[in-house]
Write a protein that binds this ligand. Structure first.
Ligand code: DP6
Length: 324
């Protein structure tokens, strides 16, 4: 039965960097994110008894090698849970260009999990879907529930999953992504996680997590944008400090990244309340209230070197978009 699912990418305000269990993708800390309305994957899965092997097509290209193996392993997990042995055909498309440097693993594995489980005849709870998505890519577990999400670290596979803190329409803040570009990352986030502990600042980062998460959840509850922005911006720098001081060092920034960081701080001092956050890549996510999107966009357009601007509002999680 062919099932098609749309799942959003998400931006983490409190990041997942470092794992307690690499294989099970149990993170070193809990994380907080928002689903993105304008960065998503649409994936169909069809388990079919006539197939002689799994077929995976991403953005029109037949997958092979490690990319295909990672998807096939995920399909095998669903086969194991459902007791079905058929192979599947997976066709997935991202609305954002692969070369944009936006991670497609969160939206991709969230969509794959929901589509594959339904196609295999499983009716799973949101919690179980989140756990399975996590096994494909950690951040994918946060793209299953709606809106503003917390991934509770947990200590075992069964209690490490994401749940919705607030629905998508709770707060109209935006993530304006300044795409500077980059084809593929030199060091994948999966590899990067394994280096985190080699940073002398990693322990301090983890020790500070519990109070930081409490504070950002309070800011979210109170819709205190200034507090919220201060925390998420400091958190991004905290994670990148760990990345740059790990061994070997990881530099995901390019000069333009720092230029935009400094501009964000300058614009803020001039009264435009915007904050930055950055994942494992050079692109800058600028978080602002809806009322400031137009001014922010025109400021970004005046800078050279920004290839594309993607405006995201909070979005629902993974959803079936067609039933057979
Ligand atoms: C920097 O979820 O891509 O974006 O579990 O190995 O697939 P794997 O890692 P992944 O890591 C995301 C790291 C991050 C921060 C975040 O999204 O929380």
């Amino acid at each position: 039965m062919k099932i098609t699912v749309k799942a959003p990418a998400n931006i983490a305000f409190i990041k997942y960097w470092g794992k307690r269990d690499e294989k099970l993708r149990i993170p070193a800390n809990s994380s907080i994110s928002m689903n993105l309305s304008n960065a998503f994957s649409i994936t169909s899965v069809d388990f079919d008894e006539k197939l002689k092997g799994d077929i995976v097509k991403i953005d029109g290209v037949l997958s092979a090698g490690s990319e295909k193996d990672r998807v096939a392993r995920h399909l095998s997990l669903v086969r194991k849970i459902s007791g079905k042995s058929y192979y599947a055909e997976v066709v997935s498309k991202n609305n954002f260009p692969k070369a944009s440097g936006i991670a497609s693993s969160a939206s991709g594995f969230a969509a794959l999990t929901l589509a594959a489980s339904l196609s295999a005849g499983l009716m799973l709870s949101e919690k179980d879907l989140s756990i399975i998505a996590r096994l494909g890519s950690g951040s994918a577990c946060r793209s299953i529930p709606d809106g503003f999400v917390e991934w509770r670290q947990g200590s075992r596979s069964e209690d490490s999953y994401a749940y919705g803190l607030y629905p998508a329409d709770y707060w109209n803040i935006c993530d304006v992504i300044a795409i500077i570009g980059q084809t593929s990352k030199k060091v994948s986030s999966t590899k990067g996680h394994t280096l985190s502990e080699s940073s002398p600042f990693y322990k301090a980062r983890i020790l500070g997590m519990a109070p930081k998460i409490r504070e950002i959840k309070l800011a979210l509850k109170n819709k205190d944008f200034t507090k919220f922005g201060d925390i998420l911006e400091a958190e991004a720098i905290n994670m990148h400090t760990v990345m740059m001081t790990s061994s070997p060092a990881l530099y995901y920034w390019v000069p333009k990244t720092l230029e935009i960081i400094l501009k964000v701080i300058e614009w803020r001092s001039q009264g435009l309340e915007v904050y930055f956050t950055i994942d494992a890549g050079p692109n800058v996510h600028i978080i602002c209230e809806e009322k400031n999107v137009i001014n922010l966009k025109s400021n970004l357009l005046k800078l050279g070197g920004v290839k594309e601007i993607l405006i995201n509002r909070p979005a629902v999680g993974a959803r079936v978009i067609n039933l057979p």
